[in-house]
Design a protein around this ligand. Structure first.
Ligand code: ZN
Ligand code: ZN
Length: 363
């Protein structure tokens, strides 16, 4: 991983923001900048150097993982250690130092703790989401990891097709899927697996429950794995039993909407246009009012990252972005369908990273 280039990129942004340094506390951002995968750490990035603070539990792990940063192990924990370092530094400084912090992730409790520990010469300033912005466009190493995660996730759809049958609890389907994921080398699932069968398929976030899979009806399966830190995310919807024409129609409308959104992916376009492509198709099929969420989201070290692929969003698609495209139709009390792929924005369009079939499969 090219941590130096990533750090350099943030340094340039710091200058533009007129900040003397950036205090990074969000763990995925720390991982992105240094490789550290543990659960306690803080990174201080200044124009001259990068310091990584952690506690004694992570001495060995930090030495193994952290690259491009000087490691500071402190008994007091990462943030008090950062405060101590900045206090010492301020003693020798003639001017006040503006330290940016990740406003999205720092709680008021932590903020006041820091404020109390720091001398007047050190000013804390909320920083815009510099890392969120940088992480939107994946570098070469990341693209190959995202690709591998998407592929590993996609293979698990076969497991669902193999095990699912009427009467089986949704939770048991999820358990089989997660066991297969684990056996295939996944570190964890990206999020709690969604298996929503029958009427529950109309719940866009129907986590697997004790409810048995019915003899007839849709089953929405939304799942993902984490591989080398990178998340996959996909949804397939299958039908139990003989498929009535109405189910066929709603499924093909969602699939066409999904394909239209994928076809609209083009560097230079806004993410709002991608959302619009899916929405327009479902409106034409008189299903627009049942599409009650946004079309997708960025995905990488975290399952939900910028950009949001939603109505009116102005973020411009750039090569290297990895987004999901997941339109759905949910008819309360009846059924729901969602189809989701991961899509890489390329120089010339969008490349689907999720190879699993999108034909309507009757089980
Ligand atoms: Zn999903
Ligand atoms: Zn998703």
């Amino acid at each position: 991983m090219d941590y130096q280039t990533r750090q350099q990129h943030i340094r340039t942004a710091l200058q533009e923001q007129n900040l003397g340094a950036l205090l990074v506390t969000h763990l995925p951002n720390i991982r992105y900048l240094s490789g550290f995968t543990g659960s306690a750490g803080a990174l201080l990035l200044s124009p001259q150097r990068t310091l990584f603070f952690t506690d004694g539990r992570y001495t060995t792990q930090a030495r193994d993982e952290v690259q491009g940063a000087q490691i500071v192990i402190s008994k007091k924990g990462p943030l008090p250690a950062v405060a101590e370092f900045l206090t010492n530094q301020a003693k020798h400084a003639k001017t006040t130092e503006r330290i940016g912090f990740e406003a999205e992730y720092v709680t008021t409790a932590i903020f006041s703790q820091l404020l109390k520990a720091l001398p007047k010469k050190v000013r804390l300033r909320p920083s815009p989401p510099l890392l969120g912005k940088a992480r939107m466009v994946k570098d070469r190493d990341e693209i190959s990891l995202v690709r591998a995660a998407a592929l590993a996730g996609s293979k698990l759809f076969d497991t669902i097709l193999k095990v699912i049958c009427p009467g089986m609890a949704e939770l048991d389907v999820a358990a089989e899927l997660e066991y297969a994921a684990s056996k295939a080398g996944a570190e964890a699932m990206s999020f709690p697996t969604i298996i929503a069968a029958g009427k529950r398929s109309a719940l866009p976030h129907g986590r697997a429950s004790r409810q048995p899979v019915p003899r007839s009806g849709f089953v929405v399966c939304d799942f993902g794995v984490i591989l080398a830190g990178y998340c996959s995310d996909m949804t397939r919807t299958v039908f139990m039993g003989r498929v009535p024409q109405a189910a066929r129609d709603v499924y093909s409308a969602v699939r066409e909407a999904q394909l239209a959104a994928i076809a609209s992916v083009q560097p230079g376009r806004t993410v709002g246009e991608v959302d619009q492509a899916a929405r327009k198709l479902l409106q034409q099929r008189k299903l627009g009012r049942y599409f009650i969420h946004s079309t997708g989201h960025g995905v990488g070290l975290e399952i939900h990252e910028p950009p949001r692929i939603a109505a009116g969003q102005k973020e411009i698609l750039r090569p290297g972005m990895v987004i999901t495209i997941e339109p759905g139709v949910y008819i309360p009390g009846k059924w729901g369908v969602r189809i989701e792929d991961m899509v890489l924005v390329t120089e010339s369009g969008g490349e689907v990273l999720t190879p699993a079939s999108k034909e309507l499969i009757a089980v």
